[in-house]
Design a binder for this molecule. Sequence first.
Ligand SMILES: Cc1cc2nc3c(=O)[nH]c(=O)nc-3n(C[C@H](O)[C@H](O)[C@H](O)COP(=O)(O)OP(=O)(O)OC[C@H]3O[C@@H](n4cnc5c(N)ncnc54)[C@H](O)[C@@H]3O)c2cc1C
Length: 369
Amino acid sequence: MDQIECVVVGAGVIGLSIARALALEGREVLIMEAEDTFGTHTSSRNSEVIHAGIYYPKDSLKATLCVQGKKLLYEYCELRDIPFKRVGKLIVATNESEIETVTQYISKAAENGVNDLTWLDQKEALELEPEIQCAGAVFSPSTGIIDSHAYMLSLLGDAENAGCIVAYHTSIESIDPDEHGFTLKTGGSHAHKLHTKLLINAAGLRACDVANAITDLDKALIPTPYFAKAHYYSLSGRNPFKHLIYPVAHEAFLGVHVTVDMGGNARFGPDLDWIPDIDYAFDNSRETLFYDAIRRYWPSANQKQLQPGYTGIRPKISGPGEPAADFMVQSEKDHHLRGLVNLFGIESPGLTASLAIAELVKELLVRDA
Ligand SMILES: Cc1cc2nc3c(=O)[nH]c(=O)nc-3n(C[C@H](O)[C@H](O)[C@H](O)COP(=O)(O)OP(=O)(O)OC[C@H]3O[C@@H](n4cnc5c(N)ncnc54)[C@H](O)[C@@H]3O)c2cc1C
């Protein structure tokens, strides 16, 4: 049976970041990816925002890894010439009653070490974004946008240059731990058996399924997966926005925000729709709900300019009505299987946090060795 030092399951942005970090350490790494190329699921179906780290609970993994990851990501983009822009973000109070909530983000962000948020009164906000309607806004200058495909391509290039191999069309079907590591049985067009010392489960929406395929893993440790679909509409015609515009998020539709992509095009989203399993179909009946949400901060919006864009699915581990769960990263300390790291619930800000998540996984493997 073939032997390898380390298998990373999943070639999304998280698996690629981890594989790169481990390969750069001199480890022998194989990425197993069920699809025919990298990044076809959540990593290519998101807002492509480099988040500042404002909203997440203090000391949570989301907060710490987002703030560390943002710094690492900006440095990496500069080093590798990956298209990105520090466009900045306005969190808008659409009326006087929202001002208190919006200003609280300044202290909330400071708890996470993000100290650059400023309050803009109505006049100052309109100077930045003349078409929005607001009573004032909080400005986050360190929020940015990134070409996520170019980023993943660069991660893959780094990993491959350091000797990492990617096996596409390779889906993990069963995992049997032993005292030296794990015997993996793969399906898909490359059915095969191999043994690895280290196993990183970065299978995104299917991470809980992969964990369930590990015999001897205490199944009580595996969270219940939930899927929350997001729709994005793109804006046809002239884009009046230069910054990202976020309203106060009370519920799914009120949180619909404006992002701009690297081409300068605007898109609106995401909304939130709980679904039973992975299904990327676009439900265009949501158009009017989007339009109503957008008009709260952009009164001159024209519904005819909204074009169905794309969908993505949040890999949730907390269900409807429950507080949002933190990222869950389990290693030997949690499950007592040496060499195994499971990553569950890596929803937003996973793209921003990706390089910091890779550092964390590296540290856990060294700690448990
Ligand atoms: C709507 C939405 C908007 C978002 N916006 C942002 C944002 O603006 N900024 C930000 O920082 N983050 C954002 N995120 C979060 C970010 O996109 C994710 O955290 C990140 O893409 C997760 O990457 P991943 O590698 O874990 O998952 P994925 O990209 O889904 O990759 C997992 C891979 O595992 C593979 N796989 C699954 N099962 C198996 C198996 N059995 N065997 C082999 N391979 C398998 C899949 O084919 C897939 O390629 C957003 C997420 C969503 C859903």
